[in-house]
Design a protein. Structure first.
Length: 396
């Protein structure tokens, strides 16, 4: 360790176009997706010798299938990096990709590393069904399979029932608390699709997306250019018969990967590149599990406080859109935040939410936006199932 904290720079960030559940990326293993963004990141910085990479951190929310054997280390090996490069996989559910970035930044800041890759991956299409072992041999009855794609499973009976409601019911609870109408949620969802479609058309994502070779996917697969308020209004509530949360104003199930290159001053000189942004501050917080959607509220406040910033000093914000109700609930508790700077290139409702990858996607997007602007302060934040929030402040 050093006597003082080092500056942490983000040199580059890449991601795959996000595939829909059962879509274009469903035939690609998650460890191959992770290896693809790792290899792409290294190839984009030819001045950096791969054996200078001190560690690789990757977020992965499920890890029950082909990603089960420390997918970060698998990505290192499959990407052809030297076997001396280690890798570790972290799990903070929907915040896993951003947690990987935070852990990489801490390692650099305290002097334990100079060059680190951090990212996340998820294939919700390929998440397996899992079967619990019987309590004794040769059970006579039928056994239950659990889907590992999303949400609670094999729940501990000691958990209070109100903590283990489905994620969509949690979004309904946020809508109840903040009196967020169905119409407001649908309008938010429509704006997400419109902004994402426009961003792709304008080339805003060209600098950060790396399509997977052999797969015909060059744009996020779930963006609906032709949707409308009328079309969204026809969808039935998904979690309550009289509810407001629908498939149209929720994030979909997705596949994808993202990765960032983080360095200290010496690592920056080795890359020979100008950084996109600098890591300024971060925070993680907890909240009642059923109100997980409001998890970012306090995390953002703490991260901004640690950065010596407030909402008026922000130039761009990437807030993960798990549900429109959840995102609107957070915005309602940040009255000083200009909603016009939130998700300017669309959000997860349109782009998609491959659980373990989303946090890295958001951090990378903020870094690229700051680089395009030339200066400023940006924020990435996500809500997390089981009641947590995570936030990162970047500056340029």
């Amino acid at each position: 360790m050093t006597d003082r904290l080092r500056d942490v720079w983000i040199v580059d960030a890449v991601r795959t176009p996000i595939g829909k559940y059962g879509g274009a990326l469903s035939g690609v293993r998650p460890d191959d997706l992770a290896a693809h963004v790792v290899r792409s990141l290294v190839d984009r910085t030819p001045g950096l010798e791969p054996d200078r990479i001190d560690d690789v951190y990757f977020g992965d929310a499920n890890g029950a299938g082909e990603d089960n054997r420390d997918v970060a280390r698998m990505a290192v090996l499959l990407a052809g990096l030297p076997v001396t490069v280690p890798g570790t996989t972290v799990n903070r559910l929907c915040g896993s990709g951003l947690e990987a970035v935070l852990q990489a930044a801490r390692a650099i800041a305290v002097g334990d590393a100079s060059v680190v890759l951090a990212g996340g991956v998820e294939s919700m299409s390929r998440a397996p069904w899992v079967l619990q072992k019987p309590e004794r041999a040769f059970p006579a009855g039928h056994q239950e399979l659990y889907s590992s794609t999303l949400g609670w499973r094999m729940t501990n009976p000691r958990m209070p029932r109100e903590w283990t409601v489905p994620l969509g019911e949690g979004a309904e609870l946020v809508a109840d608390r903040h009196r967020i109408s169905r119409e407001a949620q649908d309008a938010f969802a429509l704006a997400s699709h419109e902004k994402a479609a426009r961003a792709w058309k304008d080339g805003a994502y060209d600098a950060e997306t790396v399509p997977y070779e052999g797969v015909d996917l060059t744009r996020d697969e779930c963006i609906r250019d032709t949707t409308s308020l009328e079309a969204l209004a026809k969808l039935k509530p998904a979690f309550r018969p009289d509810g407001t949360v629908t498939a149209g104003n929720s994030s979909p199930l997705n596949d994808g990967a993202a990765a960032l290159l983080l360095v200290d001053d010496a690592g920056l000189r080795a890359t020979g590149r100008e950084p996109l942004a600098r890591v300024r501050a971060s925070a993680v917080t907890g909240i009642e599990p059923q109100y997980f959607g409001l998890g970012p509220v306090e995390a953002v406040r703490r991260a901004l406080g640690r950065a010596g910033r407030d909402f008026s000093g922000l130039h761009t914000v990437e807030l993960n859109e798990a549900f429109a109700a959840q995102a609107l609930g957070c915005l309602a508790e940040w009255p000083d935040l200009d909603p016009e700077i939130v998700n300017p290139r669309g959000g997860a409702i349109a782009i998609g939410h491959p659980l373990g990858a989303s946090g890295a996607r958001l951090a990378g997007s903020v870094a690229h936006q700051l680089a395009a602007a030339g200066s400023g302060t940006g924020l990435a934040a996500l809500c997390i199932g089981v009641g947590q929030g995570i936030a990162l402040v970047l500056e340029r």
